[in-house]
Design a protein around this ligand. Structure first.
Ligand SMILES: Nc1nc2c(c(=O)[nH]1)N[C@H]1C(S)=C(S)[C@@H](COP(=O)(O)OP(=O)(O)OC[C@H]3O[C@@H](n4cnc5c(N)ncnc54)[C@H](O)[C@@H]3O)O[C@H]1N2
Ligand code: MOO
Length: 414
């Protein structure tokens, strides 16, 4: 293997190889955490409920539990009188004595429904009169009752393994009375960039090149959005194979995966690949995608090192098209999918057959449909193209282009 880009592989193969490399190199042991600390983490085993939710038939409103049959003809002109037989609050157990026809029991929102009753008349449709109620409106069987187990039934798997827990999951797990869950330990990713000309904002005071590190910081920030990842940021290193080898070795010892940006090109200044050729092993060199063609995977100390382009948009594409799909595949993740909308293309997008292209688009609402305006067909270094676009489309490798007016899926970035 040399540093030239002569053996490019498909995006799917790159995702597969990274997923397999991660699976061979990294073991994410489960750990137990409190549910409130688990948001954003990956659940390591399915969560099953041992109780029905709601745990009993309960009133959905403040009112009176009755036999629905008794109220069939109730109206303002033909009120129905029922005998009031006591009160049940949400903390009461349902009494053994059942409600008989002609009777009603006062219930609050959340109170258990006593046996015999099959509906609840709301307060608003009732008048109370010495020991009885006057009902002005009929209720049908089941009305205003939340049935036992209608939310979750005992034995249901309510959360599948691999789910990235969002706040709703936290609520759902809490609703079944569980406070400790097994989640995978955080994935540790180290990020660094190479480039003699690249300055670190805030650290390199005299940056005469005016090339500030955006790529590695963009990738760091993207990864930090995921709470199941611990990101360690190492900053900028010069294009020196020895210094770079040392930096990547150190990062690989402290992390499960190292992500680098820059130095993936083929010139003699691109020292990172030389460093990997000297110290590690190249798994793949180059991917048939645009942007991000020189994306490379190597192994150092048996740890995967993903090399993304120095151009920020190409680095972003490597994250979006390879890194995240590979992590999802490896861990069987549920979550992190982009929302898709369909839009009509405002103009033709050309493509080189064999390459999968990721094209940023601006969406316009054209009254009942979206129109997607491709934004910058080229321009891996133009970060404003990511700033301004609402999403991207993926042009498959087997086509020479996508015609104007085609309706295409747009993966939303907002
Ligand atoms: N003859 C060829 N030249 C190039 C090819 C090719 O196939 N043949 N591939 C092109 C492609 S595609 C890409 S992408 C780039 C890959 O370049 P590198 O990954 O080596 O990136 P650098 O050369 O280090 O930098 C490219 C560009 O981005 C600036 N840069 C670098 N790091 C950062 C950073 N952390 N933050 C912001 N900007 C950064 C750097 O100054 C350069 O301007 O190669 C093409 N060439
Ligand atoms: O494909 Mo490069 O990645 O031009 O930007």
């Amino acid at each position: 293997m040399d540093r030239r880009l002569t053996t490019l592989i498909s995006v799917d193969d790159a995702v597969d190889l990274l997923a397999r490399t991660l699976s061979g190199a990294v073991s994410l042991e489960p750990e137990e955490v409190r549910v409130l600390e688990a948001v954003g983490r990956i659940i390591a085993e399915p969560v099953e409920t041992e109780i029905d939710i709601p745990p009993f038939n309960r009133s959905a409103v403040d009112g009176y539990a009755v036999h629905a049959d008794d109220t069939v003809n109730a109206s303002v002109y033909n009120p129905v009188e029922l005998v009031l037989k006591g009160v049940l609050t949400p903390s009461d157990k349902p009494p053994s004595e059942c409600v008989e026809p002609g009777e009603a029991v006062r219930v609050h929102t959340g109170s258990p429904i006593p046996c015999g009753a099959d509906a609840v008349v709301m307060d608003e449709d009732v008048e109370v009169k010495d020991g009885s109620i006057i009902v002005y409106k009929p209720v049908s069987p089941g009305q205003n009752i939340s049935r036992r187990g209608e939310d979750f039934a005992k034995g249901d798997v309510i959360i599948a393994r691999g789910t990235i827990l969002n706040p709703v999951h936290i609520g759902v797990i809490s609703s079944i009375g569980v406070d400790r869950v097994k989640v995978y330990r955080r994935l540790r990713i180290g990020v660094l960039t190479s480039g003699n000309e690249v300055c670190e904002p805030g650290i390199d005071r005299d940056c005469d090149t005016l090339i500030y590190n955006s790529s590695a910081r963009l990738i760091t920030a993207l990864l930090r959005q995921s709470r199941f990842i611990d990101v360690k940021y190492y900053g900028v290193f010069p294009d020196d194979p020895e210094i770079l080898s040392d930096a990547v070795v150190e990062a690989s010892m402290e992390n499960d995966l190292v992500v680098t940006t820059g130095g993936t090109g083929i010139s003699e200044g691109d020292a990172l690949i030389d460093a990997m050729l000297n110290t590690g092993k190249i798994v793949f060199r180059g991917v048939k995608m645009r942007p991000g063609r020189p994306t490379t995977l190597s192994l150092i100390n048996n740890k995967p090192v993903l090399h993304l382009s120095g151009y920020p948009v190409a680095a972003w594409t490597g994250y979006e098209a390879i890194l995240i799909p590979a992590v999802r595949k490896w861990l069987g993740l549920k979550g992190l999918e982009r929302l898709v909308v369909y839009a009509r293309l405002s103009r033709r997008i050309p493509n080189t057959v064999g390459y999968r292209s990721y094209i940023r688009v601006i969406l316009r609402d054209a009254g009942g449909e979206y129109v997607a305006e491709p934004y910058m067909l080229r321009g891996s270094g133009v970060l404003s193209s990511l700033l301004k676009s609402h999403g991207y489309i993926v042009v498959p490798e087997n086509v020479e282009g996508v015609e104007k007016d085609s309706v295409v899926p747009v993966y939303l970035l907002i």
